[in-house]
Design a protein around this ligand. Sequence first.
Ligand SMILES: C[S@@+](CC[C@H](N)C(=O)[O-])C[C@H]1O[C@@H](n2cnc3c(N)ncnc32)[C@H](O)[C@@H]1O
Length: 283
Amino acid sequence: MINDTTYDPHPFVKWAGGKRQLLLQMEPYFPKKYNTYIEPFVGGGAIYFHLKPKKAILIDNNKELINCFKVIKRDVNGLIQSLKKHKNEKNYFYTIRAVDRNPEIFDKWNDVEKASRTIYMNKCCYNGLYRVNNKGQFNAPFGKYKNPTFCDESNLKAVHFQLQTAEIMNSPFEECLKYSKQNDFVYFDPPYHPLSQTANFTSYTRDNFGEESQKKLADVFKALDNRGCKLMLSNSYNDFILDLYKDFTIIELSAKRAINSDASKRGEIKEVLVLNRRGEEQW
Ligand SMILES: C[S@@+](CC[C@H](N)C(=O)[O-])C[C@H]1O[C@@H](n2cnc3c(N)ncnc32)[C@H](O)[C@@H]1O
């Protein structure tokens, strides 16, 4: 373990729906005391890295993303060595991107090489996002950035240090039911319910997260409320979500989002933060 006490870890990938811009608005609602921090849709982990909890369980069903977390925890130096070999060049980018089209080759890559590929492509692709087609193959184009930092050594080491006390799982969100206990803090940041059919809706993985999934998630939320967990959930602001969580405290937040398929047209949009804290109850 690398022992660095002056560390400030932050997300090592740019991820759709990243919560960094909402942190200030969310800050007053984080519980002051809890046992384990559990995040069943961890994504880039903006809230986890902000809170730096002593004990955590991080879950996501994106296999490549979770592999990155595990590799950073276990072999950050190996990952740094591998990342340094990449080049910010168009032809090179497309050669690396094409590897997952050829399972015979990709399956032989080790976990460090796969994590290094995912982080490199996330930093060098257009818009810096993870995007896959319906076969699960990475399909974002080259980003033409002048000097992208795909090997942020000090952050990777800080993340490595923070992750030593985290359990990391490639699982569906329901897995949190196995681990969440009274006084644990569980933060849910699922794929948002789309505001309308035409609203910009990003597919994070091959699985769609439709109304049935939102309902299952609300059932998990209620089950953990009954167990005495401290709960927080983000989602879009619309009648469907307001109705699913009508028995809980709803806070309105305001976020800058691409509300149109044209990413340049950004606007202020309302989001909800659902809490199972009743009234002014102290957490
Ligand atoms: C909104 S993003 C999370 C954003 C993240 N909190 C951040 O700050 O970057 C949603 C995440 O949920 C994951 N996901 C989608 N469906 C899932 C499921 N059924 N179970 C677990 N994770 C899922 C996606 O892979 C994605 O990383």
